[in-house]
Design a protein. Structure first.
Length: 176
């Protein structure tokens, strides 16, 4: 089946940020994110003819991104490329802004790394991507209540994590 270039370009433009955040949020090292995002869209273009238009584009792209991330992880495990920092794309911020972003990103990454993969995925999609619970449950292929319980567990762990960070800041008088 031929690809409608205009429709695919619109899909790319509308969902690029979602795919980038998803790939990065799943723990892919920043140096590999752009390549992996492009792989996601290349796979989506190859599968364009099989996409069920009654389904969510976000869910479809998330599924492709998850598969690409899993494939990357398998490859990375063979080559031991493990440089992990959660950095948002940026223009040219000031040095103190860069430091704050890096510290905040490291804290978010440290929290996400504590979560089991199923909890992490529910939390990422629901809380960071603001997807409705029903859509997340459908994407992940789980019952809605399972999704809700995973998000509740992640929120509880986040509250504990934030309290521990706050206590550390008070004791040490510094952030980090």
């Amino acid at each position: 089946m031929t690809v409608d270039n205009a429709a695919f370009a619109a899909l790319y433009k509308e969902h690029f940020d979602l795919v980038w955040r998803t790939v990065r949020g799943m723990g892919i090292p920043s140096g590999w994110v752009e390549d992996l995002v492009q792989e996601v869209f290349m796979a989506a273009r190859r599968r364009w003819g099989t996409f069920d238009r009654s389904r969510s584009e976000r869910g479809w792209l998330f599924g492709i991104a998850r598969n690409e991330v899993l494939q990357f992880r398998r490859s990375a495990a063979r080559y031991s490329h493990r440089s992990r920092r959660l950095e948002p794309p940026s223009s040219v911020p000031q040095p103190d802004e860069i430091l704050e972003q890096q510290q905040a990103a490291a804290r978010v990454e440290a929290f996400l790394d504590q979560l089991e993969e199923p909890v992490r995925l529910s939390f990422l999609l629901s809380e960071l991507e603001c997807m409705p619970g029903r859509e997340v449950a459908q994407i992940l292929g789980i019952p809605l209540q399972t999704h809700y319980s995973r998000v509740r567990a992640a929120r509880s762990r986040l509250a504990t994590y934030a309290s521990q960070l706050e206590g550390s800041v008070r004791r040490n008088g510094t952030r980090g």
